[in-house]
Design a protein around this ligand. Structure first.
Ligand SMILES: [Zn+2]
Length: 196
């Protein structure tokens, strides 16, 4: 499983941040170092709280460290349960991330897509699974399952004859691995209008 060390503010993996990102101007290498600073101690053991983790970080605690930790927690890479702050092992993490918990992906995931939003929706769901580090096989399986369970496939409007064929036709989205945010935003707008 890959962790791509995305900017904790705008999720970019380059030096180019989104407009207004709170880490705008932060170099890629600094983002990567902040992840490494946090993941090294977290890979070794769990911590009773954030304070204990801060002390274990081999650098002076910065706003970037705090941002990366928030990002890791929001993405459920790191969880705090039973008075323990810990990094989820890959298998446990995979089980938890099958459902996006933040907008605009949450709406797409829960309500399913509607004709007119299909392209953007499938794009966003696949790119999300790529982002959280699933392999192509896992991303494909989860997306096919979503197409069925969300009612999306039953709403029709697809040229392909099966969900599997549809997902396979979008493999380039997974391979490129970027741009889900805009697609998700546009899909959510259509879904909200139709299913309001
Ligand atoms: Zn950023």
């Amino acid at each position: 499983m890959r962790l791509r060390y995305r900017c904790p503010g705008c999720r970019t993996t380059s030096n180019i941040h989104d407009l207004g990102c709170e880490f705008e101007g932060t170099a890629r290498t600094d983002v990567e170092r902040a992840y490494t600073d946090l993941l090294a101690p977290l890979s070794a053991r769990a911590y009773p709280d954030e304070g204990a983790l801060r002390e274990a970080v081999p650098a002076r605690w910065s706003g970037l460290h705090a941002g990366v930790l928030s990002r890791l927690r929001a993405d459920q890479r790191v969880v705090e349960e039973e008075d323990e702050l810990r990094l989820l092992p890959p298998e446990e993490y995979r089980e938890r991330v099958t459902q996006p918990t933040f907008e605009p992906l949450k709406t797409i995931y829960e309500k399913g897509s509607v004709p007119g939003a299909h392209d953007h929706s499938v794009f966003a769901v696949l790119a999300f699974y790529e982002m959280v580090g699933l392999s192509w096989e896992e991303a494909r399986e989860n997306t096919v399952e979503w197409l069925h369970e969300s009612g999306t496939w039953d709403r029709g409007g697809f040229e392909e004859s099966s969900p599997e064929e549809l997902v396979d036709s979008k493999k380039h989205v997974y391979d490129q691995g970027y741009g889900w945010k805009q697609a998700a935003k546009e899909a959510k707008a259509v879904i909200d209008r139709r299913l309001a």
